[in-house]
Design a binder for this molecule. Structure first.
Ligand SMILES: *Cc1c(COP(=O)(O)O)cnc(C)c1O
Length: 388
């Protein structure tokens, strides 16, 4: 299996067949597991062997299929599936940090990630330094010998700033820090985060992995020692584990993810380049040559991804544009088969003070566009008609 390419792993890795020999993965919709004897129960609590389960908060066969499949795709030894992307970000960070530790994080983050770094970790005595994620000198100056963790989104939500995973990992490792990457916008399809130096990779499975807007989920990926030694004890006792039904949706999502994400990224490039050529709105897309980290994006991912942003100039113009869209739905998911338009300043990033929004580039006119599986020309027409 280790020789298989990603598309083969996405369909076959991690499969566990029951005695019935089913083709499609089974949903083991059970919270618990029976033991033949009291001695067997005792033995399993002392040491849980391969494919032995105790309680669904600890592990479950359908969840294990998802964990093994996504770990195989990403190229990590192991993974722990979580109830949401935020349970993954929170679990990864809190499981490895304690009071007195120092963290360096990129400033441009998804609102809930910023909440964990800025409000939760600091409440428990962790010191957090924020830097401009695109500025390597700033990372270098901020990472200290006592820095325990370095955290960033490889492409920031929603401003689409791209962080150099290899360069930041090299700086972090030189000081002995662990690199935790929220890799949602890269998707497992375009990710090469392990070979670039990331130690722990976190996904919201709610996005491209499900890809059809059905369920919340997440995963924390890393070495076996990190996942089973550090992450699992924290997650299994604090309750943020993935449900078996969600794991089944995500396992089936992985089978089609490569096709979906490549088609969505191709449409995103088409829409972004035509809108930019039209000149009526500012277009931000890492796949366009005028993006400040375009060369890095292409070297790191080979694609600009499935999300772009446009700036309509003002909140009024942005709302007018959003209200005219017929194919794009106004919502706040991304990576979905349906194209989605989001106004971050008044929704996902609403709680940030105005000056922080301005600093992050979350302008009143900014609209995030997640490109779905519709026809790319139809999406372009929809946007052109709304831009007017
Ligand atoms: C959506 C998202 C999350 C959170 O994922 P949920 O599944 O909604 O909890 C975290 N990070 C990034 C970059 C995201 O886009």
């Amino acid at each position: 299996m280790t020789n298989w390419n990603k598309r083969t792993k996405a369909v076959h890795a991690g499969i566990r067949r029951s005695q019935y020999g089913e083709v499609s993965e089974a949903i083991f919709m059970t919270q618990g597991f029976v033991y033949d004897t009291a001695e067997a129960a005792e033995a399993r609590f002392i040491k849980t062997g391969e494919d032995e389960f105790i309680y669904a908060r600890y592990g479950n066969p359908t969840v294990a299929m998802f964990e093994d499949r996504i770990a195989a795709l990403e190229g990590t030894e192991d993974g722990f599936a979580t109830a949401s992307g935020m349970a993954a970000v929170h679990g990864a960070l809190v499981s490895m940090l304690k009071a007195g530790d120092h963290v360096v994080s990129a400033r441009a983050l998804f609102g809930s990630c910023l909440y964990i770094l800025e409000e939760v970790l600091t409440r428990y005595g962790v010191e957090v330094t924020f830097v401009d994620g695109t500025d390597l000198d700033a990372w270098k100056a901020a990472i200290r010998p006592d820095t325990k963790v370095v955290f960033f989104e490889s492409i920031s939500n929603p401003t689409l700033e791209v962080v150099d995973i290899k360069a930041v990992s090299d700086l972090a490792h030189a000081q002995g820090a662990i690199v935790v990457v929220d890799n949602v916008f890269s998707t497992p399809v375009f990710s090469d985060a392990v070979s670039l130096g990331a130690d722990v990779i976190v996904y919201s499975a709610t996005k491209h992995i499900d890809g059809q807007g059905r369920a919340l989920g997440g995963v924390i990926l890393g070495t076996r020692e990190m996942i089973r030694g550090v992450v699992e004890p924290f997650m299994k006792h604090t309750g943020g584990s993935m449900s078996p039904f969600t794991a089944w949706l995500m396992v089936k999502g992985l089978e089609t993810m490569d096709l979906r994400v490549r088609a969505q990224a191709a449409s995103a490039l088409h829409v972004a380049s035509r809108l930019a050529a039209g000149g009526q709105v500012r277009v931000i897309y890492p796949g366009l040559s005028d993006h400040p980290q375009h060369a890095l994006t292409m070297a790191q991912m080979g694609s600009g991804g499935t999300v772009l942003a446009i700036d309509a100039g003002s909140k009024e113009a942005a709302f007018a544009l959003l209200n005219k869209l017929e194919i794009f739905t106004i919502s706040n998911n991304l990576g979905d088969a349906k194209s989605i338009a989001t106004h971050p300043a008044t929704t996902t990033h609403q709680r940030l003070p105005d000056d922080v929004k301005q600093n992050l580039g979350i302008t009143p006119g900014l609209i995030r566009l997640s490109i779905g599986l519709e026809d790319g020309d139809d999406l372009l027409d929809d946007l052109r008609a709304a831009i007017g």
